[in-house]
Design a protein around this ligand. Structure first.
Ligand code: UD1
Ligand code: CA
Length: 488
């Protein structure tokens, strides 16, 4: 059998998932490391480029179908109206394919939509062993410390797999067996169709069990094989939220290990959480309590954290990102953010730009070396290269109905506590006075200042607030200044 012999992968995802106790979300749409459970199954299957990639849906199927169409358009959903068992689910899938004129020839893999740690590599190993041994069916098994609830693998004296017996249907001796059925199989397509036609509902749940196909094929004289998973944790199936958290921890550890082996320093793996699509360059450093989500990318030698959450954000080489929350932002090479910075969608920092402490930036570009160091809101703005925005400045971008842009040119020095009433433009090389409300354009090189003349009312405190500590302090200062003058 050649490389293209993988006819189909069938992902079973029609079950109710009652133990998740979820009213809103079908079990297979719960997420682990930035991907739904069914998404993990589909992605692993997709690595093998099967002729058909089918997902059997049923319970809350509208939501599952919508999710698949949005994220995995190559997948063919097949509806199993009533969940009459895993065997019935596979039969429904094959019948739907046949009705569409698809004839399967070669290997069919059946896998579960609730096993997010299963990798494409493991599926490939299963298919390879199945084809090399020319089996009718090959089951992926695992030896687990706690086999309760799983189907047990029954082997003959000579070690060949004889059958699978479900927990509820097993004898005490069979329940003591630690080798379990992962729920993942490779079948010869033609033999699978034949075996499914012979399934009965003669068991404690009155369902058509896919697991019964092993005994059926064996009795018909076909080879039944098994591949034992290298790590039993890889086949963990998610039935409740405790297992969901366990799977997240395991997958997170696996992803961090890959990152570290690729040259990323992760100071505290226990408090670092990453999604499957995150990418890194060597020598990136991740400090504690940091979450890297979506398609976030860390450039070479950058440092992220501590206490940072980056979603779909690009971090340039050598950038420093401290105590920062960022969503769909671009942080340029050698740029710096935080501590305590908030970058919202469309925040783009060029090389060496700086967004400092208590600064929020949205839909704005900062040119090379531009700085917004302290306590500011920059929204819908363009800030030129080399410009410094004074502390506590706000681009007043929203008039209550529409958003407007502020444009500040290159190499400007804007004063502290400025309000830029957009739309407004400050020309290249201009300055603005501290405390100014800038509502009209400032030409290049000009000083824009908008501030009332200051006046001091002498002796006001002593007259209006007599006897207060302020009045006393003022009196002491005035007297002291008098004494000092006398001594000089
Ligand atoms: C199944 C296996 C068991 C194995 C275990 C591994 C059978 C009879 N038992 O048990 O040997 O150890 O998985 O986790 O196969 N599903 C459908 N349609 C249905 C029924 C189930 O699509 O009518 C889907 C479920 O959504 C799930 C998968 O099939 O993704 C397994 O079903 P589940 O009910 O969880 O089977 P288990 O009792 O766990
Ligand atoms: Ca299960």
């Amino acid at each position: 059998m050649g490389a293209n012999s993988l006819a189909a992968v069938v992902v079973l995802a029609a079950g109710g998932g009652t133990r998740m106790k979820s009213n809103k979300l079908p079990k297979v749409l719960h997420e682990v490391c930035g991907r739904s459970l069914v998404g993990h199954a589909v992605s692993a299957a997709g690595e093998l480029t099967p002729g058909q990639l089918v997902v059997v849906v049923g319970h809350q199927r509208e939501q599952v179908e919508e999710h698949l169409a949005a994220h995995y358009p190559g997948v063919r959903p097949v509806v199993q109206e009533e969940q009459n068992g895993t065997g019935h689910a596979v039969r429904t899938a094959l019948e739907a394919l046949a009705a569409d004129g698809v004839t399967l020839d070669g290997t069919v893999i059946v896998t579960a939509g609730d096993s997010p740690l299963l990798t494409g590599d493991t599926l490939r190993r299963l298919a390879k062993s199945h084809e090399a041994q020319q089996n009718g069916v090959t089951v992926l098994t695992a030896v687990v410390p706690e086999p309760f609830g799983y189907g047990r693998i029954l082997r003959d004296e000579d070690g060949t797999v004889a059958a699978i017996v479900e927990e509820r249907d097993a004898t005490d001796t069979q329940r003591a067996i630690a080798e379990i059925n992962s729920g993942v199989f490779a079948f010869d397509a033609k033999l699978l169709t034949e075996a499914l036609a012979e399934l009965t509902t003669d068991n404690s749940q009155g369902e058509e069990y896919l697991t019964d196909t092993l005994e059926i094929l064996r009795k018909a004289g076909h080879r039944v094989g098994a591949v034992v998973a290298e790590d039993h944790r890889d086949i963990l199936g998610i039935n409740d939220r405790v297992q969901l958290a366990q799977a997240r921890r395991l997958l997170n550890d696996r992803l961090l290990e890959q990152a570290m082996r690729a040259g990323v320093t992760v100071v505290d793996p226990a408090t670092t959480w990453v999604d499957v699509q995150v990418t890194y360059e060597p020598d990136a450093v991740v400090l504690p309590n940091t979450q890297l989500q979506g398609t976030t990318h860390l450039g070479e030698g950058c440092e992220v954290g501590p206490n940072s959450t980056l979603k779909d954000t690009l971090v340039g080489a050598g950038a420093r990102v401290s105590n920062t929350t960022a969503d769909r932002a671009e942080i340029g090479e050698l740029a710096a953010t935080g501590p305590y910075a908030y970058l919202r969608p469309g925040a783009k920092l060029a090389r060496k730009a700086k967004v400092g402490t208590y600064v929020e930036v949205k839909n704005s570009e900062l040119g090379e070396g531009a700085k917004v160091p302290h306590l500011s809101y920059i929204g819908d703005a363009t800030i030129g290269e080399g410009t410094n925005v004074g502390a506590a400045s706000v681009t007043v971008n929203y008039d209550g109905v529409n958003k407007h842009r502020t444009v500040i040119g290159a190499h400007c020095r804007t004063g502290s506590d400025n309000m830029f009433i957009a739309p407004v433009t400050v020309g290249d090389g201009a300055y603005t006075g501290a405390g100014s409300v800038i509502s009209t354009d400032v030409p290049p090189g000009a000083l824009g200042v908008n501030r009332a003349q200051q006046r001091n009312i002498e002796g006001w405190v002593e007259r209006k607030r007599p006897g207060t500590v302020s009045a006393q302090a003022a009196k002491a200062a005035v007297d002291g200044a008098g004494d000092g003058a006398g001594e000089a």
